[in-house]
Design a protein around this ligand. Structure first.
Ligand code: UD1
Ligand code: CA
Length: 473
């Protein structure tokens, strides 16, 4: 494999058919911006440097998007700016300033299905067959819209001709099309890009014209790849179609690594999942979520930047965002762990429980209907049904600290800042406005009144009153 490859990813096009404020290459598929896919493919194929050609409009966003990439050590990605969208050849020219000696691997920025494996035939062609320009082609039943590979009678590649520049039916019938991926020796690229002209149907500088130029003096190889790799994204329908392909690919990758993934689960590309875990239908695992071994994430749950230990059971319809869950914990159904929740091993959080910036130590439980915000719950403490931590007074947020082995009775309110000591017991229905010392019982209930026989007498009186009213009418 060549070790002096520089990737050039063309991403300065306007992408008008997306009908979006967001530049096309920043739209996400399976959790990653479109642009990440060709960049990662180039890096995995061996590129040490990648130049992304951006426009003055999307430059900032492209920068941010590339900052999200986790790159292997020694790999650098830089941005070159194409001042005006004057065609793919003009875009490639914008990268020349950063291009070193060696080889340039040029990729369209809108092809998310491309992988390093698809690029290997180009590398092989340029090493073994000693050519200086190789490109990827595909055979399509319907080639319309793509550039056609035109060969001479001996079958040698002569040029690429764009759809709008085709001259006759014979050319239109050519089903071998250009995928938009080229491997070119750097000096040859400089020379041929320098010769580009825009006297064509679109008055653009086409990168594809380097082929005819090079073919005049050099052998050019077109390696035929899978048709899937060239599928580009021009509108949101194509984006949805290709995202479905990516989700299926990702599911299959996890299945082969020992994870049970039911049909209909949507797992983002950067997610990691341990063996013997089951991901049920309609689950979304987003961002950099990590799921340990032996877990179940049941139907309809959404996890984003969540970190689950081993043997965690996430029951149906939970939402877990930017939170950590320890080994053996049980969550849901219908639980909501908001950012900054840290649930240690064997914690139980049941239905209609919401946590935010809350730590629950080992074995703590909140099984039904509770809100725990800015709270620290000690080991093995039990939070009763309907407990609400009142952490916000409309101006600032305050913390609640509950010690180890404490018991909060159902329907209690804890008005922060407040502390419940180790082993303390807060009686059912208490509104806690001051600290409960270790081992104390705190009760804040109005006096209970019991009046024997009163209900019967009350009913008689009310009935008599209603009857009198009816007679009157
Ligand atoms: C291109 C090829 C075509 C090929 C097809 C495969 C050319 C002239 N044609 O056509 O042969 O079959 O890809 O999908 O290259 N871009 C810029 N600056 C520009 C114009 C485009 O950076 O001025 C970028 C776009 O952001 C995009 C890529 O280049 O990522 C391809 O441009 P696009 O306009 O989509 O080319 P196609 O018409 O699809
Ligand atoms: Ca395209």
């Amino acid at each position: 494999m060549k070790d002096d490859i520089c990737g050039i990813v063309l991403a300065a096009g306007a992408g008008t058919r997306m009908k979006s404020k967001l530049s096309k290459v920043l739209h996400r598929l399976a959790g990653r911006p479109l642009l990440h896919y060709p960049v990662l493919a180039a890096v995995e194929a061996g590129a040490r440097d990648v130049i992304v050609v951006a426009s003055p409009v999307n430059r900032r966003d492209v920068e941010g998007c590339l900052g999200e990439l986790e790159l292997p050590p020694g790999v650098s990605v830089t941005i070159a700016v194409q001042e005006q969208a004057r065609g793919t050849g003009d875009a490639a020219r914008a990268a020349l300033g950063e291009l070193k000696r060696g080889w340039a691997l040029i990729l369209n920025g809108d092809i998310p299905l491309i992988r390093a494996d698809d690029l290997l035939p180009l590398l092989d062609a340029c090493t073994e067959r000693a050519c200086k320009l190789a490109l990827l082609s595909c055979q399509l039943d319907d080639p319309s819209g793509y550039g056609r590979i035109l060969r001479d009678t001996a079958g040698k590649v002569r040029e690429i001709r764009e759809q709008k520049d085709l001259q006759d039916q014979q050319q239109r019938d050519v089903r071998e099309v250009n995928a938009g991926v080229y491997l070119v020796e750097s000096e040859l690229l400089r020379r041929t890009l320098g010769n580009l002209r825009n006297d064509n149907a679109q008055s653009e500088f086409y990168v594809t014209d380097i082929v005819a130029d090079a073919a005049a003096t050099e052998r050019v190889v077109a390696a035929t790849g899978e048709p899937a790799v060239l599928q580009g994204i021009n509108d949101r329908q194509q984006l949805a179609n290709l995202e479905a392909v990516l989700f299926e690919r990702i599911a299959s990758r996890h299945r082969l690594a020992g994870v049970t993934v039911e049909a209909g689960a949507r797992i983002d590309d950067a997610v990691s999942i341990g063996r013997d875990t089951t991901i049920r239908a309609n689950v979304s695992l987003r961002g950099r979520t990590v799921v340990g071994e032996g877990c179940v994430v049941d139907q309809g749950s959404v996890l984003d930047a969540a970190h689950l230990g081993r043997d965690v059971n996430v029951k149906p319809y939970c939402v877990i965002v930017d939170s950590r869950v320890g080994d053996g914990a049980q969550i849901g159904p219908f639980a909501h762990l908001r950012p900054g929740s840290e649930l240690q091993d064997d914690v139980h959080v049941g239905n209609f429980v919401e946590t935010k910036k809350t730590r629950m130590a080992r074995g703590a439980k909140a099984n039904h209907l509770a809100y725990l915000g800015d709270t620290d719950v000690g080991e093995a403490s039990n939070i009763g049904a309907g407990t609400i931590v009142c952490n916000y007074d409309g101006f600032s947020k305050e913390r609640t600290v509950i010690g180890k082995g404490a018991f909060i009775g159902s329907d209690s309110q804890l008005i922060a800042p407040v502390r419940v000591g180790d082993g303390a017991y807060v009686g059912t229905g208490t509104t806690l406005t001051q600290d409960a010392p270790d081992g104390s019982l705190v009760l804040g209930r109005p006096q209970l009144v019991v009046k024997e026989g009163y209900a019967t007498r009350l009913r008689q009186r009310l009935k008599a009153k209603a009857d009198a009213k009816k007679r009157h009418h």
